[in-house]
Design a protein around this ligand. Structure first.
Ligand code: TXA
Ligand code: MG
Length: 341
């Protein structure tokens, strides 16, 4: 497939013309990758089953893993979803456009391919100006998972998307690096109380200011998937059960007192280098969660590009809700290999 690449970092006349072309391609069933404030998305017309199915093919993604439907206007929400709309609209007013995805019962018009066969739908209004313009010009809701090949770290720069999807999609819109850098917070509103299915930089405490209570985290994501069979419920967001974000090299995390962590990483690095291995180290500044989220996936991809044999990382403080979201991604990247020192 021939892939067009358009730079939309600045929304000048040329960029708007190209976004218009991309919008038409989306409306007609094509695939368009685009920047959002969290990570890049791989978009298709959410109301067109064949187009949505093409996303799974382009990504190499299991088709039981549902897609997030992106909208450009809050009024589109009621056409796609039903259920606790009063709560959903209050959250939308407070946090959209932004890194919040809400799960609600789906309306009939949403195709099963888009929701991976579920009777619920995930909806989000992204904040990136190019993304909003694209969705408006497409004139349809846009189903979009992260624009990486399945299993690779989510893309936070145009170059990452080109690396993964060139030749597999019709258009790649490249913009500035994603401001946030990890995926949106997913909040399930189908039960009596809201539940966080995927943590993100929008925290349960912030959601609590609108909900009137702090939502719980889905217990299914607190442990390694498949561990303690029988006691550990499956994650309720199907995507959270898959191995994710994995760099090519094995990754190990060290947690505990920061000085001991640094020492353990230095020792392990020296030992691996003595065996002739190339070692990459990820140590974020303490409590600088936003900076760390912004950098994490790009750092992992950079290590892949440099061909390192081993990645050693220091844990971040997961008692902080932003730190918890970050650790969720880091643990998945490391296949849950973590050592307390
Ligand atoms: O920040 C984001 O959310 C990015 C950008 C592109 O918007 N998108 C993203 O999509 O991360 P994706 O496909 O990589 O992750 C979507 C997650 C998956 O874990 C999926 O299982 C879950 O959302 N999901 C989608 N629909 C769902 C539903 N109806 N019920 C439960 N989980 C759902
Ligand atoms: Mg993803």
């Amino acid at each position: 497939m021939r892939t067009q690449i358009y730079d939309v970092a600045e929304l000048n006349e040329e960029a708007l013309r190209n976004i218009d072309v991309a919008g038409k391609i989306l409306a007609e069933g094509g695939l368009v990758a685009f920047p959002t404030e969290t990570v890049y998305g791989l978009g298709a017309n959410a109301m067109n089953p064949a187009a949505a199915a093409d996303i799974y093919l382009a990504k190499g993604r299991p088709s039981d893993n549902p897609l997030i439907v992106h909208i450009a206007d809050i009024s589109q929400l009621e056409k796609l979803a039903s259920g606790q709309m009063e709560v959903a609209l209050a959250l939308a007013e407070a946090f959209w456009p932004g890194p919040l995805t809400m799960i609600l019962p789906k309306q009939k018009c949403v195709p099963d391919v888009t929701t991976g066969g579920l009777n619920t739908v995930a909806v989000r209004m992204p904040q990136d100006a190019a993304a909003l313009e694209l969705i408006r010009r497409a004139g349809v809701p846009v189903a979009a998972p992260s624009a990486n090949l399945s299993g690779r770290p989510s893309p936070t720069a145009g170059a990452h998307v080109i690396q993964d999807l060139f030749g597999r999609v019709d258009v790649i819109l490249t913009g500035n690096d994603c401001r946030i850098g990890i995926e949106s917070t997913i909040l399930d509103l189908t039960g009596e109380k809201a539940v966080v299915l995927r943590p993100g930089l929008l925290t349960p405490e912030e959601l609590g200011t609108v909900l009137g209570y702090i939502p719980e985290i889905d217990p299914g994501i607190l442990k390694k998937p498949g561990s303690e069979e029988g006691q550990n419920p499956a994650p309720r967001a199907p995507g959270m059960k898959y191995k994710h974000y994995a760099p090519k090299a094995p990754m190990e995390i060290f947690s505990g007192d920061p000085r001991r962590v640094r020492q353990a990483i230095a020792d392990k690095k020296a030992a691996a280098e003595a065996e002739g291995k190339a070692v990459g180290v990820i140590l974020f500044e303490e409590n600088a969660f936003e900076r760390a989220a912004h950098d994490l996936f790009a750092r992992l991809r950079d290590m892949d590009d440099r061909g390192v044999d081993l990645i050693l990382a220091g844990a971040v403080n997961d008692r902080d809700s932003k730190g918890f979201a970050l650790m969720n991604r880091m643990l998945k990247s490391a296949g849950y290999r973590i050592t307390h020192v």
